[in-house]
Ligand binder design. Structure first.
Ligand SMILES: [Zn+2]
Length: 204
């Protein structure tokens, strides 16, 4: 395990995959459906064609989830231009950073996900922004996509409040799923998920 070759492998691929900081113009293959409270990045590359190829493969191999390529630029996710791969238009899906005030479970209310991926805080009577750079502002429309955000919880499906649990992790005793800061830990073996619907390390 401590041979120079293993160490090199660790640096180049593993370390890169687990480094939460994205580089400028780095392509990210993200899950666009279903949405979770953290953006699930399944693949990272500086090669647009490679990212597109892997995004298509993910879509072909998952029946109930969708994936798309985005490019990280100026601290935001962009939709890459079809052929060029350069940032073309701002993506509705972003890596939202929740304000530290909301990282504890004892706040009175819930972080909700808009259909566009935007995270907001639904308190008792108010809907508030809850992001690091835009916090505590009372809103009625989604600042990201403009749809009306509902305050009425009656129509809501209870399942909507659950954190995203990957299909492969349902019933696995290794599954964690808790949030540590902005990041949801899937499990100790696959911190970001195993990337498939069947995990080789599944423990009933
Ligand atoms: Zn929205």
């Amino acid at each position: 395990m401590d041979t120079p070759i293993d160490f090199k492998f660790l640096e180049e691929s593993v370390a890169k995959k687990h480094n939460p900081k994205f580089g400028d113009r780095e392509y990210l293959v993200i899950q666009t459906y279903p949405l979770g409270k953290t953006t699930r990045v399944v693949y990272r590359s500086y090669d647009y064609q490679e990212a597109e190829r892997l995004s298509n493969l993910e879509n072909l191999s998952h029946d109930y989830s969708s994936f798309a390529t985005r490019i990280y630029h100026d601290d935001k996710l962009w939709i890459p231009g079809n052929i060029s791969g350069i940032p073309y238009k701002i993506s509705e899906q972003q890596v939202w950073k929740i304000h530290p005030d909301y990282k504890f479970r004892d706040v009175d209310g819930e972080i909700e996900i808009c259909s566009c991926s935007y995270l907001y805080f639904a308190g008792g009577t108010e809907i508030l922004t809850c992001l690091e750079n835009d916090n505590g502002r009372s809103i009625t429309l989604c600042p990201n996509c403009g749809i009306s955000l509902k305050q009425d919880e009656d129509e809501e499906d209870d399942d909507d409040d659950d954190d995203y649990t990957p299909l492969a992790c349902l019933g696995c005793s290794n599954y964690d799923g808790e949030f540590y800061g902005d990041n949801q830990l899937i499990c100790a073996i696959h911190p970001y998920g195993c990337g498939s619907d069947f995990c080789p390390d599944f423990v009933p």
